[in-house]
Design a protein around this ligand. Structure first.
Ligand code: MRU
Length: 355
């Protein structure tokens, strides 16, 4: 059976794709259980993205691209016009699944443009082109991560402790990782690093996923309660902070997992460099500043319950913004596959997109 897998796939594989469909590692069950769920329709894939079976900006972009292909396979159309109308409707469905990470709409748009520009020979031919494009998005993401790793590794100390927030590793990408990719690349090059992972309430991506990944690749990691970061930064127990991003506005403001902003301010207060690692697919030059980035609000149940147990009195409500915005002024540099961007970001991010 043909496997649609990029060649240099990571030891950590959140996405598997073969002729029988798509399988996703259910990240809601980690680290307790490693279980893959199978998906055969685009509606199921959209729900998996919404429900966080798969999460992380590049990973949901790649998954949506594959979901578009699954949807395209089932479109019954005799003309290109009818095909495109159905494909656009599927694309809109994916874009609404999670609004903050721009990689999702970026991947959907890329497939739509591919279909629009292709000649109409048959529906099967067009689906083949889309399949190749989805695979290309996935392969390019892995390459971008490796490149970010090589460039970003130089910024980390020869020996020391790196703080990260949420999970920006292989689980959140096509493979290898953005922020964790930088750390992995630095360790591969002989740097002696330890990682402190913020637990990242309420979904615990740091405690559950980052710690699981780093353990798997043999990098020492300690988990802290989110509110311990300031204390440790002030005590000199952390030398560098590296995080990923869900969307970077044209002025360098960064949307990332809720809690990132507090870490960035505390890092600045204590003179610690704060790096953001993200591929160009995360940079949204059409969004002027962080104020214009849509921030996903999720169910208050995610805050009110922990491990299935209600932790606040009944009748008490919660707020659950899933992301926050870190103003560009707190960011030391942005690590991309095309190079490092330093302030002023409005000028220097644009340069990355020039050939
Ligand atoms: O809600 P999530 O788990 O999808 O949020 C993920 C993050 O905030 C990551 O830091 C970001 O997507 C970068 S992943 C390379």
């Amino acid at each position: 059976m043909k496997e649609y897998l990029p060649p240099n796939l990571d030891v950590i594989r959140p996405i598997l794709w073969d002729a029988r469909g798509l399988r996703l590692l259910d990240q809601r069950l980690l680290p307790g259980k490693e279980k893959y769920l199978r998906f055969t329709s685009w509606q199921e894939v959209r729900k998996a993205i919404k429900d966080m079976v798969v999460r992380g900006a590049p990973a949901i972009g790649i998954t949506a691209a594959i979901g578009m292909v699954l949807g395209a396979e089932k479109i019954k159309a005799q003309s290109k016009k009818a095909f495109l109308t159905s494909l656009r409707r599927i694309g809109e469905g994916f874009k609404r699944a999670r609004p903050t990470a721009v990689n999702l709409s970026w991947a959907v748009e890329r497939l739509l443009v591919r279909a629009e520009n292709a000649p109409w020979t048959s529906k099967a031919d067009l689906v083949e082109l889309l399949r190749a494009e989805a695979l290309k998005i996935w392969e390019e993401d892995i390459e971008a991560n490796k490149r970010m790793g090589a460039l970003g590794a130089k910024l980390l100390p020869e020996k020391g402790v790196v703080l990260t927030h949420c999970n920006a590793g292989a689980l959140a990408t096509g493979g290898f990782g953005t922020a964790l990719g930088v750390i992995r690349a630095a360790v591969d090059r002989g740097k002696q690093l330890e990682v402190i992972a913020d637990e990242t309430r309420p979904w615990l991506q740091g405690a559950r996923l980052t710690a699981w990944e780093l353990k798997k690749v043999g990098i020492p990691v300690k988990v802290i309660a989110d509110n311990a970061a300031g204390f440790l930064l002030r005590r000199g127990q952390i030398q560098t902070v590296v995080v990923g991003a869900d969307r970077i506005a044209a002025n360098g403001d960064v949307a990332n997992k809720i809690g990132t902003y507090s870490v960035a301010v505390l890092a600045r207060e204590n003179g610690i460099p704060f790096y953001v690692a993200a591929p160009l697919s995360t940079i949204d030059l059409l969004t002027g500043s962080g104020d214009d980035i849509p921030v996903e609000g999720r169910s208050e149940k995610e805050v009110l319950y922990c491990g299935g147990q209600r932790i606040a009195p009944s009748g008490v409500e919660a707020l659950n913004p899933a992301f926050d915005i870190t103003p560009a002024k707190y960011i030391t540099a942005i690590i991309t596959e095309k190079g490092l961007a330093y302030p002023p970001f409005t000028k220097n991010l644009k340069i990355l997109f020039q050939d």
